[in-house]
Design a binder for this molecule. Structure first.
Ligand code: FAD
Ligand code: DLZ
Ligand code: SF4
Length: 515
């Protein structure tokens, strides 16, 4: 390729035709760079389906760019002269194309932003790092919202986003008379044999090439290429979104918290992969959901719940990440240090809830929100697993995981490792919650009704042990007044039985004894 004017560097989770780095591009004189690099595929050992998804999506996006008349320099993972990192590939492109400047959109991870900030000094060219326009709330806007607040309550942030976007607003009032319909979205698990199937996309030749490459090169990463059926083009992702609005959105609310054996997706959208990578525009998706409500095709509790997840939780998590990084990643309020048990990678445990959720994660690189929060997350917090190791696990195993969204969900929402910056109380639950919201306990070797001793559900004793060992840090929390009152009412002997039961279980974990 001849000398170019601007080198536009697009990362693997920026696959959108309207990404800010492409704005004002000159198709004749500028070149777009995309590169598959070893550093990104291995800085944690990503699930094989996640790597396949990202690399195949990048290859398809590059073809789309070329078809639109852009000049593209595309580096494949197995190209002989691939140097293996963003910085070294950028340098190689600069040597070959001798651009006047580099244009990028800010990345989704602190680690990569640090690299970008070093490029000007390292390469000697002007580096234009542009804001990412795919989000509703800019960093400055979030900072302004957060300033002076004692608690960063998501619900209030969400209302601002509703007002800003006009979604589900009737003048100044929320549609349906309430901002939040969550209380209607807690129905327990129920098998539904008539539930439609989520769309699956057969791999084309490009994807099949990537599948072979990934199986060959990442044999020691979780999962396998077999059964890969993600959309890898914007067009197919848009089709998945259309199917969701018609087939699943109407029941999205009522089953949002339900966990059902053999039904890993329930009525969830399975769209986070495509929103996060840039194939779907978050606001347009919410507008499509709102249309379904206005046309009487989906109820308010479902549509409000769905929109809240996206313009509320998703935007809020991004705000928290950029406001509190880099030290947020090191937060460890409970000083938890236990390594993750092997069954986090094998699913080999007799606890049916964990073996089901981890098994589905290995199979699909996906688990829905309540599975992530109340099964793996809840267990990790109760058992005192190291939150940093857990964060790396979540980043590895889910195909939608990038640090900006994964880290606050793990450190903040699920582990309370930030000491309550994000949540008002830890999401800690005993077996009774899991039994109410799932059918997992029906096929478990443990008895959810048994509190302690041989055969008792481990979550029961772990729950009380967690509260007891963290009483200094938690007992003043008003939202935990009731469980602490119950704990205090127990006889010393009963308390001891719980603690002994939990300690015996944790000892087994430490000794690597199957549980
Ligand atoms: P649906 O249930 O259909 O929800 C619709 C959309 O809302 C999602 O696609 C997503 O874009 C958004 N959303 C819902 N909840 C959240 C949330 N808490 N934070 C941000 N967005 C949300 N989400 C990720 O995108 N990447 C992650 O790495 C990630 N890690 C998580 C780790 C833990 C411990 C927990 C508790 C949650 C995590 N989430 C993450 C949030 C949520 O679980 C996923 O967004 C959701 O399960 C994706 O599946 P779906 O598209 O079927 O979601
Ligand atoms: C996650 C990922 C993977 C597995 N591989 C690549 C890659 O080879 N090339 C690339 O540009 N991006 C990849 N990504 C996504 C990046 O890790 C992501 O862009 C940064 O972490 C910033 O969010
Ligand atoms: Fe999980 Fe306990 Fe139920 Fe078994 S009994 S599935 S361990 S909650």
């Amino acid at each position: 390729m001849a000398r170019c004017r601007n080198l536009v560097f697009i990362l693997g989770d920026q696959l959108s035709m309207s990404i800010s780095s492409l704005s004002g591009i000159d198709r004749e004189r500028d070149v777009v760079l995309l590169c598959e690099v070893a550093e990104e595929t291995t800085y944690v050992r990503h699930h094989r389906k996640k790597i396949i998804f990202i690399l195949s999506a990048m290859r398809h996006f590059a073809k789309e760019l070329s078809a639109e008349g852009y000049k593209v320099r595309y580096i494949k993972l197995d190209d002989a002269d691939n140097t293996g990192s963003f910085t070294s590939e950028l340098k190689r492109a600069v040597e070959d194309l001798r651009p006047d400047s580099i244009v990028v959109t800010e990345p989704g991870e602190w680690r990569v932003l640090e690299q970008m900030r070093g490029w000007h000094a390292d390469i000697g060219l002007l580096v234009d790092i542009r804001p990412d326009g795919r989000y509703l709330c800019s960093h400055d806007e979030f900072k302004t919202w957060a300033q002076g607040r004692r608690q960063l309550t998501m619900e209030f942030f969400y209302r601002e986003m509703r007002r800003k976007t006009g979604l589900l607003m009737e003048g100044d009032a929320p549609a349906g008379g309430r901002w939040n319909f969550d209380s209607e979205n807690r129905s327990p698990a129920k098998q539904d044999l008539f539930r439609p199937r989520h769309p699956r996309f057969a791999p084309d030749e490009t994807t099949r090439d990537v599948m072979k490459l990934v199986d060959l090169r990442f044999g020691d990463h979780m999962g396998s290429a077999e059964g890969f059926a993600f959309a890898v083009t914007r067009k197919d992702a848009e089709q998945a979104a259309d199917v969701f609005i018609v087939d699943f959105l109407p029941k999205f609310g009522e089953t949002q918290d339900a966990m059902i054996s053999g039904d890993p997706f329930v009525n969830h959208s399975l769209l986070s992969f495509y929103i996060n990578i840039g194939f779907l525009d978050a606001l347009s998706l919410c507008q499509a959901a709102e249309r379904a409500y206005l046309e009487g095709k989906a109820p308010i509790n479902a549509v409000e719940g769905f929109i809240r997840q996206i313009i509320g939780w998703r935007e809020y998590m991004r705000g928290i990440y950029w406001l509190f990084m880099p030290d947020y990643a090191q937060r460890n309020f409970f000083e938890a240090a236990r390594p993750l048990p092997d069954f986090f990678w094998t699913a080999e445990t007799q606890m049916a809830c964990l073996s089901t959720v981890i098994g589905e994660t290995i199979e699909n690189a996906y688990a829905h929100h309540i599975q992530r929060l109340m099964i793996t997350g809840n267990f990790a917090m109760l058992a005192g697993l190291d939150p940093h190791a857990l964060h790396e696990w979540y980043l590895e195993v889910y195909a939608d995981a990038y640090e900006w969204v994964e880290l606050p969900n793990v450190i903040g929402m699920s582990q309370f490792a930030d000491g309550g910056l994000l949540g008002s109380k830890p999401y800690a639950a005993s077996g009774a919650y899991i039994s109410r919201m799932s059918d997992y306990c029906e096929n478990c070797r443990y008895d959810v009704r048994k509190k302690t001793g041989e055969g008792a559900c481990p979550f029961n004793a772990l729950y009380w042990d967690f509260l007891a060992r963290n009483a200094e840090k938690l007992s003043a929390n008003r939202r935990l007044a009731q469980p602490y009152a119950t704990w205090r009412r127990m006889s010393e002997a009963q308390q001891k039985t719980y603690l002994d039961s939990a300690r015996a279980f944790l000892q087994k974990l430490d000794d690597g004894v199957p549980v």
